[in-house]
Design a protein around this ligand. Structure first.
Ligand SMILES: Cc1ncc(COP(=O)(O)O)c(C=O)c1O
Length: 386
């Protein structure tokens, strides 16, 4: 049966993904199970999506309830669940961010941000960072780093340039009077789990303000508690003009959010729209997920457990690790050799992990992870990296 499923997917899927030879069919909490009933500790969480873990009652109940009431309702009409989500988003974001464009993915959240920045400033140039990842639609891809992703689809959108990440001295020359926006991650995820320095982010903030450019912070991966604060920019004493969110906002349902405020001004009606964005099903789940993250202080838990995880990894008796880095429960383990084999061996040990570049193991477990889970990860890592 698993072989049939694998062959079917291999025959008919786009072929865009490197797939691991396991068929996952069920999840609960931090665990997922395959067709043979084998249990895995899930440190991928759908690439940082399942902040509350799998089959969390808050998510399941919201879904069940709303599915029975109303699944689709275009923003052409008003809706109670969407209004409740807007209120919730407004309550948790800085006061300068009080409007939200709802979409269905991280790339879409960034597409909207890029378009809004151009429309608001009347400028065309967008600056992003080397090693950044903002998605793979044309606008987002134009800001994303990496020839493998970009070259097959050139020419990309004009007006994009890059700045070396964390290179403070490059900031003044990178942002000009023609810059519409700087688009930046607070911790580069796909780029290898690399936290930005406070000095770099503050310099970007200051220079954007001086030159009339907008600062767009991409918290698609870091948002909603993963780094130990509700939003990662809170670690650095800065506030963005536009904030992009996705992944964990709706407990596993597709949703992207582009938050902005008065600096953007009034956008032309219908200049950016989406059919599925803001559907009541995703909104019903998202507002309850955000409430749960805040009410149970999951960001503090992420900070605590993340530190425990990093400490456990740093004390492993192995010479294969070059560096352990990250923030909260966004953890990267850079090895001295390619990390693919270690990821495969960890799967054999019942731990699912991600890669972030050729040599980095990336762990994005659900924020509900417990101390016992962390001990299990450390034991498996110790064995695999012996
Ligand atoms: C920081 C960041 N931005 C944008 C994206 C793109 O999101 P999506 O894959 O939902 O389009 C990702 C996805 O990993 C991401 O990590």
């Amino acid at each position: 049966m698993p072989q049939q499923i694998i062959e079917c997917e291999d025959r008919h899927s786009s072929g865009m993904y490197y797939k691991r030879p396991v068929v996952l069919v069920r999840g609960e909490g931090t665990r997922v199970w395959d067709t043979a009933g084998r249990e895995y500790l899930d440190c991928t969480a759908g690439i940082g999506v399942a902040a509350l873990g799998h089959a969390h009652p808050v998510v399941v109940e919201a879904l069940r309830e709303q599915a029975n009431r109303l699944i689709t309702c275009h923003e052409l009409f008003y809706n109670d669940q969407r209004a409740a989500l807007f209120e919730r988003l407004n309550a948790v974001t800085p006061p300068t961010i009080n409007r939200f464009f709802l979409s269905n993915s991280g790339a879409e959240a960034n597409e909207a941000a890029i378009k809004f920045a151009r429309a608001a400033t009347g400028r065309t140039e967008i600056v992003s960072a080397m090693r950044s990842y903002h998605g793979k639609t044309f606008g987002a891809l134009s800001a994303t780093w990496g020839d493998d992703y970009r070259t097959p689809f050139e020419p990309l959108v004009p007006g994009f340039s890059t700045i070396p990440f964390n290179r403070l001295e490059k900031v003044p020359d990178a942002i000009s009077d023609n810059t519409a926006a700087v688009l930046i991650e607070v911790v580069q995820g796909e780029g290898g789990v690399r936290p930005a320095t406070t000095e770099f982010l503050q310099a970007l903030r200051m220079t954007c303000t001086e030159r009339g450019a907008l600062l767009v912070i991409d918290e698609v991966q870091t948002g909603f508690g993963r780094t130990g604060r509700l939003f990662a920019f809170e670690h650095h004493g800065i506030v963005p003009d536009i904030l992009t969110l996705a992944k964990s906002v709706a407990g596993g349902l597709p949703m992207g959010v582009t938050g902005f405020g008065d600096t953007i001004g009034q956008l032309a009606k219908l200049s950016h729209t989406t059919t599925f964005g803001g559907n009541p099903l995703a909104c019903a789940v998202a507002q309850r997920v955000i409430a749960h993250i805040v009410d149970t202080d999951l960001p503090s838990r992420a900070a605590e457990q993340g530190q425990r995880l990093v400490d456990a990894i740093r004390t492993l008796p192995t010479s294969q690790i070059r560096e352990v880095r990250g923030l909260g429960l966004m953890v990267g383990i850079e090895l001295k050799q390619p990390a693919g084999e270690a990821a495969r061996n960890l799967m054999d040990e019942g731990i699912l992990v991600l890669l972030a570049g050729p040599k980095v193991l990336r762990l994005l477990p659900p924020l509900i992870i417990e101390a016992g889970d962390i001990d299990q990860i450390a034991t498996a890592l110790g064995k695999v990296l012996k």
